[in-house]
Design a protein around this ligand. Structure first.
Ligand code: NAD
Length: 250
C-alpha cells in the first residue's frame, strides 16, 4: 500500500475532491482525519472508509480558526502518534456573485482559501518538524494561474496565493524534510458553493477550452494528490501539478 502507516489530515474532506482523496488514502493504508465544518457528511465519509477496512475519524474544523487547527493537529497526534501528510483542500467558490466588484466576497474567499491554508500549514509544519518531516499538498486551481471572466477575482487571487505559499513552504522547510506541492484542478464537478460555473451553458462553453474535451473526475485529482503526498514523490517539492485536461496548455 502506498501510504502504509502514514497519518494524514485532509481539510474539507466531507465533500467532493477532499472526500475522494480521503477514500483513496484510506485504501492505501493511511490513517485519515477528515477535518471539515460539515459534521454529518464528514462522519459518513469516515464511516465508509472504516467499513471498507481503512481507518478514519471525523474532526470538526473551521479552517479560518487558528486554535481549531492547533486542536485538530494535537488530537491527531494524541490518537495516531504523528502527522505525515496535510492536504489543504477546503475551499469556497467565487462564482456565485452578481457583482464581480463586490468587496464583501473578497474577505470571505481570502479567509477560507488563503488564510485557511496558511493556518493549516503553520500548525502542520510545527508538528512535522517534531516527527522528522512530512508532505503538504495544497489545492490551488487553474484559477490560481490565469484570470477568468465569470469568477470573482478574489478566487483567482486566493488560489494564486496558495500557489506561491506552496513554494515558500517548500523553500523554508525543505531543511526539515518537509515537502510542499500544489495541485491545480480544472473543470471538475461544481463545488457546493459554485454559482455561474455550475450552470450547464457556462460549463459547455468552458469545455471548449479543454483539449481532452471533457470535465475531470474527482478521483483523477485524488490520484495526483496521492502521488505528491506519498514517498513516490520524495524529490518533488515546490512543484505545481495541473490536473486540467490540458486547459492551461492552450
Ligand atoms: P466542495 O464544495 O465539494 O467541497 C469543499 C469542502 O470544503 C466542503 O466539504 C466544505 O464543507 C469544506 N469547507 C468550506 N469552507 C470550510 C471552512 N471554512 N472550514 C472547513 N471546511 C470548509 O468543493 P470541491 O470541488 O471538492 O473543491 C475542493 C478544493 O478544490 C477547493 O479548494 C476548491 O477551491 C478546489 N478546486 C475546485 C474545482 C472545481 O471545479 N470543483 C476546481 C479547481 C479547484
Amino acid at each position: 500500500m502506498r501510504l502504509a502507516n502514514k497519518v494524514a489530515i485532509i481539510s474539507g474532506a466531507a465533500s467532493g475532491m477532499g472526500a475522494a482523496t480521503a477514500r483513496r488514502f484510506g485504501k492505501e493504508g493511511a490513517k485519515v482525519v477528515i477535518a471539515d465544518q460539515l459534521e454529518g457528511e464528514g462522519k459518513i465519509v469516515a464511516g465508509e472508509i472504516n467499513n471498507a477496512g481503512g481507518t478514519a475519524v471525523f474532526m470538526p474544523l473551521n479552517v479560518t480558526d487558528e486554535a481549531g487547527w492547533n486542536k485538530v493537529v494535537a488530537d491527531t497526534v494524541a490518537q495516531f502518534g504523528r502527522l505525515d501528510i496535510l492536504v489543504n483542500n477546503a475551499g469556497i467558490s467565487g462564482s456565485a456573485v452578481n457583482d464581480l466588484l463586490e468587496s464583501g466576497i473578497w474577505e470571505r474567499v481570502m479567509a477560507v482559501n488563503s488564510t485557511g491554508v496558511f493556518l493549516g500549514t503553520a500548525a502542520a509544519v510545527r508538528q512535522m518538524q517534531k516527527n522528522g518531516g512530512g508532505s503538504i499538498v495544497n489545492l490551488s486551481s487553474i484559477s490560481g494561474v490565469v484570470g477568468q471572466t465569470m469568477v470573482h477575482m478574489a478566487y483567482n487571487a486566493s488560489k494564486g496565493a496558495v500557489r506561491t505559499m506552496t513554494k515558500s513552504t517548500a523553500v523554508q522547510f525543505g531543511k526539515d524534510n518537509i515537502r510542499c506541492n500544489s495541485v491545480h484542478p480544472g473543470l471538475m464537478p461544481p463545488m457546493r458553493t459554485s454559482g455561474a460555473t455550475a450552470d450547464p451553458t457556462v460549463r459547455a462553453k468552458m469545455l471548449r477550452a479543454v483539449p481532452l474535451g471533457r470535465a475531470g473526475d474527482v478521483d483523477e485529482v485524488a490520484n495526483a494528490i496521492l502521488f505528491l503526498a506519498s514517498d513516490e514523490a520524495s524529490y518533488v517539492t515546490g512543484a505545481e501539478l495541473y490536473v486540467d485536461g490540458g486547459y492551461l496548455a492552450m
